[in-house]
Design a binder for this molecule. Structure first.
Ligand SMILES: [Zn+2]
Length: 435
């Protein structure tokens, strides 16, 4: 049970959300995938036995591989069929798993997307890989949003360079696959839930020329709905001032794809390896901040906004709510949370965010200018920084170095002890444990 929840807290509130079975997949495939998920839960449990559990694990893996191969024969779409076959092959040995990583990342499935095998989890929890599986169906509506961001990326970067007087460029990034999750098991189904995996890196393949981020759109939206949105009273906003729930995922995905692309934005002088040698955690925090801020600017590029029909004021409000959600996970426990803290502090410094008692006031007219200011600060102290400049910056702004400084890292708010849990139609009745 202790492995199931992280970080260790006095209590965890679980908000259950439904993962319904997709109508687009045939019953034979769904039956096989349901059985695979139950077996992956068993594999994950058996990992606590160490070597003693190995024979049983090997036998279960063989059965899972057989089920995956059978399922690959039932799907119509070639890449979906390949995904299931590659996943089966990846289970046969560590070498096969490494070899399958780039092949899986290069697919463009139309029917079903998934993975079965070892996956990493939260960095502060462990660096080990644990057995996991997930399956989802491609979300074409949100994939279009992400594709539009991709199509405008280079132009939007030119406009950002004009604004900042910088020479930002890009290194090769990764593709994006947006799915609605319908089944998940093993470590990936522990708490808190991930809403994206970076593949093949997260299944232990450090270097690959082919990379893909798989995003669980329904999980992401649930995090917004059940956590971020609950914070609106802090800002005095009404529901009408935010995107309706039917369209908010377009705002979320526009920014998150921007964030992903933001990881590929650098200057000629950028040297993350040097920053990492200086302070590994700090370098991860600032890289997340760079991705967040430039991702926001990319998603708010005038042409992107026009093409997607986004309302910039609503986008700014959604972004603020998301920053608080990230922060309240624990400022020094997650690099993303540290990144949120840095942005809030810098937005406060330029008076775009003002703390007023228990409330927070956001100057929406100056919000974009505020984010440009934050980008400029990151340009000087991270992207274009030597180790000393970076060190000074994180000593002032990164929560992991401020924990005992007396600073209120949570801006008067509480840690969020709410996490999502899944009701899974696919495995309900097959399992008796917490899903
Ligand atoms: Zn990131």
């Amino acid at each position: 049970m202790s492995d199931l929840f992280w970080p260790r807290r006095q209590q965890h509130f679980i908000r259950m959300v439904e993962l319904s079975q997709p109508n687009s997949l045939n019953k034979d495939v769904l039956n096989l995938l349901g059985r695979i998920l139950s077996m992956v839960n068993a594999l994950r449990s058996l990992q606590s036995l160490g070597d003693a559990g190995k024979p049983l694990r090997e036998s279960i893996k063989k059965t899972i591989a057989n089920h995956l191969s059978s399922a690959s024969g039932f799907v119509q779409d070639d890449d979906s069929s390949r995904m299931l076959a590659y996943a089966a092959e990846g289970l046969t040995s560590p070498d096969s798993n490494r070899a399958m990583g780039p092949l899986l990342a290069g697919l463009n499935e139309k029917e079903v997307v998934g993975y079965v095998g070892g996956l990493t989890t939260w960095l502060g929890k462990t660096r080990s890989l644990f057995y996991s599986a997930f399956f989802g169906t491609p979300n074409a509506r949100l994939q279009r949003v992400s594709d539009i961001i991709d199509g405008h990326f280079q132009e939007s970067l030119l406009r950002i360079n004009e604004q900042l007087g910088s020479s930002l460029r890009t290194v090769p990034g990764c593709s994006y696959k947006i799915i609605d999750l319908f089944g998940i098991a093993g470590e990936a189904n522990s708490f808190p839930k991930h809403f994206a995996y970076f593949l093949p890196e997260d299944h232990g393949v450090k270097h690959s020329s082919v990379k893909r981020t798989v995003v669980f759109a329904n999980t992401y939206k649930s995090l917004y709905e059940h956590i971020s949105l609950q914070q609106i009273s802090l800002f005095g906003w009404t529901a009408e001032q935010l995107p309706a729930l039917e369209e908010v995922d377009e705002y979320l995905i526009a920014w998150f794809r921007g964030h992903d692309l933001g990881h590929s934005i650098v200057l000629k002088e950028t040297d993350y390896a040097a920053l990492s040698r200086c302070d590994r955690w700090g370098s991860m925090v600032v890289q997340e901040a760079v991705a967040d801020v430039f991702g926001y600017l990319v998603s708010q590029d005038p042409e992107v906004v026009a093409r997607l029909g986004l309302d910039p004021a609503k986008a700014a409000r959604v972004y603020m709510l998301e920053l608080l959600r990230y922060l309240r996970r624990g400022p020094a426990l997650f690099p993303d949370a540290g990144a949120a803290y840095i942005q809030l502090r810098l937005l406060e410094e330029c008076a775009v965010v003002v703390k007023e008692g228990a409330r927070m006031r956001v100057d929406l007219h100056r919000f974009h200018a505020g984010m440009v200011y934050v980008a400029q600060v990151l340009l000087n102290n991270v992207l274009n920084a030597d180790a000393d400049t970076f060190k000074q910056f994180i000593s002032r702004y990164s929560p992991h170095l401020l924990e005992n400084s007396g600073e209120d890292l949570l801006y008067g708010m509480d840690i969020c002890d709410m996490a999502l849990g899944y009701h899974q139609a696919l495995t309900e009745g097959n399992d008796s444990g917490v899903q």
